[in-house]
Design a protein. Sequence first.
Length: 62
Amino acid sequence: MPVLALVSALLVVTFEQIVQWKYGTSGIVGLLLLTIGIKAKSPSVSSTGAVVLALLVAGPAL
């Protein structure tokens, strides 16, 4: 069980670093809002985070 938790934490930290490297501070804010919204079961906060991330990803295409 501790190995699974360690691997999971490592994957989360790696994903956060990739998002920050590629999308900067806005990406981290969007990811943070999405995560907080899901954990707090708040649809408005998670939707805001999802929209921020979607705009960052689709920005070059617009």
